[in-house]
Design a protein around this ligand. Structure first.
Ligand SMILES: Cc1cc2nc3c(=O)[nH]c(=O)nc-3n(C[C@H](O)[C@H](O)[C@H](O)COP(=O)(O)O)c2cc1C
Length: 323
């Protein structure tokens, strides 16, 4: 039975991010207030072929729910088959990626390339909705480029095809990450469709979250800021509820989450890949520590999780002594 996966009003959602939103980081973000998390985007063709790395990307753990699995592809039948595979893992929803800007994906007609072929986009969404036992959502951009902004058409198509929410990264494909996200489109899309609209793009502070919600959207999705500041979810919820900004996490809290993240990485990653994955988060975890830049560059050289833990604990001792 299809159920409502939006577990609260104004959900704060961790954006799907390739090589970032693995199980350890999703669990950290859930703990720090993300209402919903999503897997990294995963190729439907690779899932059908049973590629172990791709199957690992869509694994989910019981304490992650609500969690969505994000799939990409450009062939209707492949998407249907991949949905069958993904839904066996019992996600709360399946999300279709219609926004990836990367050239190799675009050349295969996947991701944001679907914005240039709206009939295909419609067929894919309709087929996935029909196949999926759980709700289906779509994540997209405004259009291919500034001269082909199609988001209002996409919104209508997606709603009519039966999707239950639409996330908009308020940039075009050609912008990639350049320029500012144009949030004004969120209000226009809200006025066009009735399904929930999730805003995304350049949210960095609790004040940004409030401002995006004030444009009328139903939830906010946060990506890059969460990588270096997963506390953004908790701090934003506090701000939404009280109107007051909360203090940033103390160095002790940062350290505790960093070590917890390391422990999770040990469970799910090889010693080497665990360290590589953690590197993206160090800038935030050791922010405010004396000699943070020096600490960071030394942590970057470590390729083993055990050594990383010892080094972090030594820095923690040092820090506690000097402060
Ligand atoms: C490292 C990285 C990987 C990403 N991978 C995905 C992905 O797998 N699927 C997706 O829909 N978007 C992906 N995105 C885009 C984000 O989900 C999000 O739309 C974008 O970063 C804008 O939000 P932000 O300004 O909060 O970061 C990725 C972004 C980054 C920075």
């Amino acid at each position: 039975m299809k159920t409502n996966f939006l577990n609260r009003d104004t959900p704060l959602i961790l954006a799907p991010m390739d090589d970032v939103t693995d199980i350890p980081f999703r669990r950290i973000c859930r703990q720090l207030g993300a209402d919903i998390v999503m897997t990294e985007f995963t190729s439907c063709e690779a899932l059908i072929r049973g590629i172990p790395k791709s199957l690992a990307r869509i694994r989910i753990q019981p304490d992650e729910h609500p969690v969505g699995i994000q799939l990409f592809g450009s062939r209707v039948e492949s998407m249907e088959k991949a949905v069958d595979i993904a839904s066996q893992l019992q996600p709360d929803f399946i999300d279709i990626n219609c926004g990836c800007w990367a050239r190799n994906h675009a050349q295969r007609g996947e991701g944001a390339a679907l914005l240039k072929d709206l009939p295909l986009l419609e067929r894919i969404v309709a087929a996935v909705v029909k196949t999926s036992p759980v709700p289906v959502t779509v994540k997209t951009r405004l259009g291919w480029d500034q001269n082909s902004i199609v988001i209002l058409d996409v919104a209508r198509i997606v709603e009519q095809a039966g999707a239950q929410a639409l996330t908009i990264h308020c940039r075009t494909r050609n912008q990639a990450y350049k320029g500012a996200a144009d949030w004004q489109w969120l209000a226009k899309v809200k006025a066009t469709i009735s399904i929930p609209v999730i805003g995304n793009g350049d949210v960095q502070t609790p004040v940004d979250v409030r401002a995006m919600l004030d444009l009328g959207c139903d939830g906010v999705m946060i990506g890059r800021e969460a990588i270096i500041n997963p506390w953004i979810f908790k701090m934003s919820r506090h701000y939404l509820e009280t109107g007051e900004e909360s203090a940033p996490p103390s160095p002790g809290e940062r350290f505790q989450i960093c070590l917890q993240h390391l422990n999770l990485a040990e469970q799910y990653k090889s010693p080497r890949w665990g360290t590589v994955h953690l590197r993206k988060h160090f800038i935030g975890y050791i922010r405010g520590f004396p000699e943070a830049a020096h600490i960071r560059s030394s942590l970057f050289k470590i390729n083993d999780l055990g050594i990383l833990r010892e080094t972090l604990l030594a820095y923690q001792d040092h820090y506690l002594r000097v402060v």
